[in-house]
Design a protein around this ligand. Structure first.
Ligand SMILES: NC(=O)c1ccc[n+]([C@@H]2O[C@H](COP(=O)([O-])OP(=O)(O)OC[C@H]3O[C@@H](n4cnc5c(N)ncnc54)[C@H](OP(=O)(O)O)[C@@H]3O)[C@@H](O)[C@H]2O)c1
Length: 324
């Protein structure tokens, strides 16, 4: 595929969400022409550059996508249905099918998708299984797919980071279920955005899958301790290994009501390590040097004031809850 110039049209979904919203700023700053497809054009219109188009489209409704990808060279798929009350696996499968079909019809050259890390050989949670199934459905459309797989994204506004923050900020003494010991390989939002934008220039005609993460493999408990350390909070963690994922997600809902539905699905997905096993991302994008966990948390806390007007996962989620 030829390298896209700044005059090529790039389609972005999920621009009202956390990662899509941050990616929109990066693409606009680099001078790209962007068309955002969203269920809520009115929520986005006032936040975009004059060169960015905002059009209405719901990936669960194939007809609403017709024409939205005409003239588009590369499309970003940054959508998930985890906040929905219904069967999110079925919805995400249907949404990916609709999106792939319209991309194919419109002659889109590449879809760039961000899914989740997790070895396919292990028994995956419904959430991670669904994230990988979405990539398969997109590939089945016949359009080339560049898939990134990431674990926790560290950044102010990211669902997984905000859940950790919420627990540490609220609970001086925390009973810690088994999932707190599961190992993850977090990535800082800035590094993730570099990978997502570098994928525009990737020279390949084949599908590609890149596992991405920072240099540190740490447990969720380690992340909580490091967050507490940087915030100057004294926290006591008491391990309760017998707390089942079900009970522990109910507990999460009581402690942090905002996370009741979506956090449960997320916690339920923390069964196996989410670490990078394939280093092709490092080889293909050697100029990207991901930050370690300490630095990433410090950046997230340091950027707080600057980013207060930027995207937060709950903006998308609360709208979804109202609409559901
Ligand atoms: N955040 C993380 O820690 C993390 C880690 C690894 C991978 N990822 C992946 O990154 C991607 C984006 O996640 P995020 O954290 O940015 O999620 P998010 O903040 O919850 O945003 C989700 C986005 O999807 C859009 N959306 C949902 N259903 C839609 C539909 N039917 N039609 C059109 N748009 C729809 C929402 O738009 P509305 O305004 O219309 O609701 C929103 O913009 C996902 O694939 C996720 O699996 C995230």
């Amino acid at each position: 595929m030829p390298t896209p110039s700044t005059t090529s049209l790039i389609l972005l979904t999920g621009a009202t969400g956390y990662i899509g919203g941050r990616l929109l700023s990066v693409l606009e700053s680099a001078g790209h022409r962007v068309r955002c497809v969203t269920r809520r054009p009115e929520a986005l219109q006032s936040c975009v550059e004059p060169t960015t188009e905002v059009v209405s489209g719901n990936v669960l409704d194939g007809d609403s996508l017709t024409g939205t990808m005409d003239g588009v060279e590369i499309a970003y798929y940054m959508v998930h249905s985890m906040g929905s009350k219904g069967d999110f696996e079925e919805q995400d499968r249907r949404a990916a099918h609709n999106f792939g079909a319209e991309a194919r019809r419109a002659g889109v050259g590449r879809i760039i998708y961000l899914g989740g890390l997790g070895a396919t050989s292990e028994e995956l949670s419904p959430h991670l299984r669904s994230r990988q199934e979405v990539a398969e459905v997109l590939r089945a459309s016949g359009v080339q797919v560049v898939e990134f797989r990431a674990s926790i994204v560290i950044g102010s506004g990211s669902l997984s980071f905000e859940m950790i923050r919420s627990l540490v900020e609220r609970l001086p003494v925390m009973v810690t279920p088994r999932w707190v010991n599961v190992i993850a390989q977090p990535i800082a939002i800035g590094d993730l955005l570099q990978y997502l934008s570098a994928a525009l220039d990737l020279k390949t005609d084949d599908h590609a899958i890149f596992e991405i993460g920072g240099p540190d493999a740490v447990s969720y408990g380690d992340l909580m301790r490091e967050y507490a350390r940087q915030r100057g909070l004294k926290r006591l963690m008491i391990p309760v290994p017998l707390l089942t994922p079900r009970l522990s997600s109910l507990w999460l809902g009581l402690v942090t009501p905002l996370y009741a539905r979506i956090g449960r699905k997320l916690i339920d997905s923390i069964r196996h390590p989410t670490v990078v096993r394939d280093d092709s991302a490092r080889q293909t994008f050697p100029h990207i040097r991901p930050q370690g966990v300490r630095e990433a948390i410090a950046s997230a806390l340091g950027n707080e004031d600057r980013e207060c007007a930027a995207t937060h996962w709950a903006d998308a989620y609360q709208r979804k809850s109202r609409d559901a």
